[in-house]
Ligand binder design. Structure first.
Ligand SMILES: Nc1nc2c(ncn2[C@@H]2O[C@H](COP(=O)(O)OP(=O)(O)OP(=O)(O)O)[C@@H](O)[C@H]2O)c(=O)[nH]1
Ligand SMILES: [Mg+2]
Length: 522
């Protein structure tokens, strides 16, 4: 028998004899050097594997350890064995059949397969007598690992770009679920993730532990591992208990919708205030999730690309997080005071204020730029703008107004963000007119308009005069633009065609000067 056999004859004989004697399965975790890392004693049907997080996978295709365990009735690998093989990325899994006389029977082995058209996750070997098992394991694993890495990198468009599988588990209508998932895909791309696949489940009842059924979860994780995916992104928000339970099943990074949005915000925050607000929101989200095991939690704590909130990336503990939250809250209070003074000064000047609000990516910054001939960053990514920018807009007859751009809204805006951005959003109360910009070209225009309406109501901004501006009219046909704007009571414009803005400017001027005159006189 070769030196690097799956298991030596002597060891096989010892394990099967002992297994028969105690009537329990015995499992061995063996590393690439052939050393036994762990011995597990199970019951007569299964062995329960210990936490393998010490054997980190990293970017490796295989974990570097194999599991050999006895089967008391000389029978093949079970479905659970094969799931463990794929989930844990074991080098190999083998069942050692034990004969009635305690001698080793057959060896049933299986290994992981690279992605293949048949969608098979593993290869089950034909059973052989232990004594006849002729395999040079070192060589075999070397070439398997090479093949696995090759097929993995073939999927990477850009080696630096991390990949994600999106998961949606919901009992909403089919259309709502698809729509929300499409938005999640945009969010994922805005966070720099490459979306490799989307998994949709519509169960009769939601699985309380993992949100989706455990079988389906394992299937998704196996697929992710097979394709070298780094992230599972859930469209639904996971409760702290669900996040911990899922993190216990897999080494993959698991994030939900809120975390994804928080991550995008943390990428886009530039100003001191913006950074403070995002870190505060991230920590508030993290705090109730800091109850589980160290490793699982540190993975949840890290943002995409390992960027977590501030310095508290690893081994975050609740006390440190709480201290940091109160420190940030104090800083925010100081900033809020400065803001109040600035607001007071601006109000004294009595220049009317127009605030642009609307769904993310509707074209708010682009509109501000064309209206005021400025250069605020506009980009086809969600949540491009986080910091408010104010610019001067000149009308004929020496009239002036200040136009402010704001952070975009999204449906189900995380409560943590609403809280953290309250100071920024507070400023909207000073507006004399809200320009609600919506994207006419979006298939979900009406829902976006409604979502913005809800958020404005929640912020008690619905008492302010508001004008609905249906932007990107150039993307739809003119009749549709007319019909939709009549139905929603909006003004169709295109920020990329300045001539379409004249009616808007006219309406704004009329509204402002009649309204502010009334406002100023009282
Ligand atoms: N075709 C067309 N594209 C537009 C128009 N207005 C804006 N865009 C594009 O839409 C994308 C989003 O524009 P932004 O101005 O960044 O949108 P925003 O509302 O400020 O987005 P956030 O700051 O992310 O909330 C950019 O790629 C713009 O070039 C328009 O009238 N027509
Ligand atoms: Mg913007």
């Amino acid at each position: 028998m070769p030196e690097d056999a799956i298991i030596s004859w002597e060891l096989a004989r010892f394990c099967s004899g002992l297994s028969r004697e105690i009537g329990r399965q015995i499992g061995l975790l063996i590393n690439r050097r052939g050393l036994i890392e762990d011995v597990i004693v199970g019951n007569d049907r299964e062995v329960v594997l210990p936490d393998l997080s010490d054997y980190r996978l990293g970017r490796q295709a295989l974990r570097g350890i194999r599991l050999i365990h006895t089967h008391l009735r000389d029978e093949p690998l079970s479905q659970d064995d094969l799931t463990d093989l794929a989930l844990l990325r074991l080098d190999l899994i083998a069942a050692l059949g034990v004969r009635a006389d305690g001698q080793p029977g057959h060896l049933y082995a299986a290994n992981i397969l690279p992605p293949n058209p048949a969608g098979k996750s593993c290869e089950v070997w034909s059973p052989v007598a232990v004594a006849d098992c002729q395999v040079h394991l070192g060589e075999f694993l070397g070439s398997l690992e090479e093949e696995l890495s090759r097929t993995r990198t073939a999927h990477l468009v850009d080696d630096l770009q991390e990949q994600a599988i999106l998961v949606s588990v919901s009992r909403q209508s089919h259309a709502d679920q698809e729509e929300s998932l499409a938005e999640l895909a945009d969010l994922a791309r805005s966070a720099g993730l490459m979306v490799l696949d989307m998994v949709v489940q519509r169960p009769q009842t939601l699985h309380p532990k993992y949100l989706l059924g455990s079988g389906k979860l394992k299937e998704v994780v196996i697929k992710a591992l097979q394709h070298g995916v780094d992230y599972l992104v859930f469209d639904q928000n996971l409760s702290p208990a669900q996040a911990t339970a899922i993190a216990a099943v897999t080494d993959l990074k698991v994030i939900d919708r809120t975390q994804l949005i928080l991550d995008i915000f943390s990428r886009r925050a530039h100003s001191r205030e913006g950074k403070l607000q995002v870190e505060l929101a991230q920590l508030r989200y993290l705090l109730p999730r800091l109850t589980g095991r160290g490793t699982a939690m540190s993975r949840l704590a890290g943002g995409i690309g390992g960027r977590g909130p501030g310095e508290t990336k690893l081994e975050v503990d609740r006390r440190r997080v709480r201290d940091r939250i109160s420190h940030l809250e104090k800083q925010m209070e100081a900033l809020a005071r400065t803001r109040m003074q600035q607001r007071a000064r601006r109000l004294r000047r009595a220049v009317p204020i127009i605030s642009i609000v609307g769904y993310t990516n509707a074209g708010k910054s682009t509109l501000l730029n064309v209206l005021t001939r400025s250069r605020v960053t506009a980009n086809n990514r969600l949540f491009e703008t986080l910091d408010t920018a104010s610019r001067r807009l000149r009308f004929p007859q020496e009239r002036e107004a200040i136009v402010t751009d704001t952070v975009g809204f999204i449906r189900n805006l995380p409560a943590e963000l609403m809280g953290a951005f309250r100071a920024t959003l507070e400023e909207l109360h000073d507006a004399d007119l809200l320009l609600h910009v919506a994207d006419l070209g979006s298939p979900t225009l009406e829902r976006q308009v409604a979502a913005v309406g809800d958020i404005l109501r929640e912020l008690e901004l619905d008492r302010l005069p508001r004008l609905l501006v249906l932007n990107k009219a150039d993307l739809v046909d003119p009749t549709q633009a007319t019909v939709v704007s009549a139905r929603l009571g909006g003004l169709a414009v295109s920020a990329v065609r300045p001539d379409t803005l004249l009616p808007l400017l006219d309406t704004v001027e009329k509204q402002l000067w009649s309204l502010t005159q009334a406002g100023l006189s009282c």
